[in-house]
Design a protein around this ligand. Structure first.
Ligand SMILES: [Zn+2]
Length: 328
């Protein structure tokens, strides 16, 4: 990435929908340093330029959300040290949200280059590629987190992350472990058509909005142990592969009360909010690989519902406790 445009550089050719990459392509390439494949760029250069870009985004004027964001900037982060040349990006940084990291190709993260603890406003990682571990541990997403079509080629670590808005992993591919342990999803958690090729761990996660695994492909452990559900967790047309083990152990279904407020502003009384619920719909096979150990599925509320689900008839084919040894 050039800090001063030169005539030899072309605009980066990456575009997605109405966003066209504003950066210059690297010399003798069609793509900028953010969009070039990993083997075509120097990781240090990438991280340096990314820091400058992020810093410029934070400094974009007339954006109150970003001003608030800057106030929370983690002091220990690589961003401070590396963001010295952010002015070069000043005119390229969008003054509106979301932040665009659309289609960026991330080299390996390490202890100095990661998003652990990072606070994002609305951010667009659509189609981004994470070549090795993606470290978003305890990151905060203060707006929509758009990871549609993201490719996680190494572990995806969102443990302890907080998603204040929608978390959208539509068609994301998780080639290695996906860790959402202790994550908090305040809005919708969307995993529509996502592919989990290895384990995906949601234990102790909290879902305040609906969570969708519609048409997702699961071919490893999918572990929701001790997850808290305040809304619907939907498995619809979800494909359970041979190695799928879906653990819905000790789920915590939450329901509460909310005030009914009349138009005049007078409180009239309280209603019970809908309880958390797990719904299986249109599952054609391998329901026997789903386990509800220590989950109370028969209360006065119907917390687990099944519709058009094909069951095995041989009880020996269902998971039983002694088979759980593989978990640890
Ligand atoms: Zn580009």
């Amino acid at each position: 990435m050039s800090t001063a445009p030169t005539e030899a550089r072309k605009p980066c050719s990456y575009e997605h929908q109405d966003w066209r990459c504003p950066f210059d392509a690297e010399l003798s390439h069609e793509l900028c340093i953010f969009h070039l494949p990993v083997d075509k760029k120097n990781p240090e250069d990438f991280w340096h330029e990314l820091a400058c870009y992020l810093f410029a985004l934070m400094m974009a004027p007339n954006n109150q959300e970003v001003e608030e964001f800057v106030a929370h900037l983690p002091s220990s982060h690589w961003l401070r040290a590396q963001g010295n040349n952010w002015r070069a990006y000043r005119d390229l940084a969008a003054r509106t949200l979301p932040w665009h990291l659309t289609g960026f190709v991330f080299p390996a993260m390490d202890k100095n280059h990661n998003f652990s603890g990072f606070v994002f406003p609305a951010v667009d990682f659509f189609g981004a590629t994470f070549s090795t571990q993606a470290n978003f541990r305890e990151a905060t997403f203060d707006g929509k987190a758009d990871f549609r079509y993201a490719k996680f080629n190494g572990e995806a670590d969102f443990s302890g992350a907080k998603f204040s808005g929608e978390a959208d992993f539509w068609k994301a591919t998780f080639s290695a472990g996906a860790y959402f342990t202790f994550a908090e999803f305040s809005g919708e958690a969307q995993f529509w058509s996502a592919t989990f090729s290895a384990g995906a761990y949601f234990w102790h996660a909290t879902f305040s909005g609906p969570a969708y695994l519609t048409r997702a492909t699961v071919n490893g452990v999918l572990d929701f142990s001790h997850a808290t559900l305040r809304n619907r967790l939907l498995f619809e047309g979800t494909v359970f592969g041979e190695k799928a083990k879906v653990l819905l152990w000790a789920l915590n279904f939450v329901h509460g009360t909310s005030d009914i407020t009349m138009q005049e502003g007078h409180k009239k009384g309280q209603i019970i909010e809908p309880a958390g619920q797990v719904v299986f719909r249109d599952i054609s096979e391998r329901m026997n690989q789903v386990s509800f150990l220590h989950t109370d599925i028969l209360t006065d509320r119907l917390c687990i519902r099944f519709a058009n689900v094909k069951w095995k008839t041989d009880p020996k084919e269902f998971m039983v406790p002694r088979c759980f040894m593989w978990v640890s």
